[in-house]
Design a protein around this ligand. Sequence first.
Ligand SMILES: [Zn+2]
Length: 75
Amino acid sequence: MPLHEFQCQACEHVFDELIRSEQERRAVACPSCGTKDVARQVSVFAARSEAPAAKAPAQPGGCGRCGDPAGPCGW
Ligand SMILES: [Zn+2]
């Protein structure tokens, strides 16, 4: 699913962005205030499909943001 939910760290605006590449992810900006200080939200659907029940969804990856220890996190 290339559609990710983000929350702006400046104005707390929540929005969805279609992310198909690293370049697009880095270019994500808040549509409300324009800042690029946004945090990706982990959807319930993604957490359920990617992590087994025994694995706490609160455990982030090495980067502390992507939530996928095995993923190529560029955060
Ligand atoms: Zn904003």
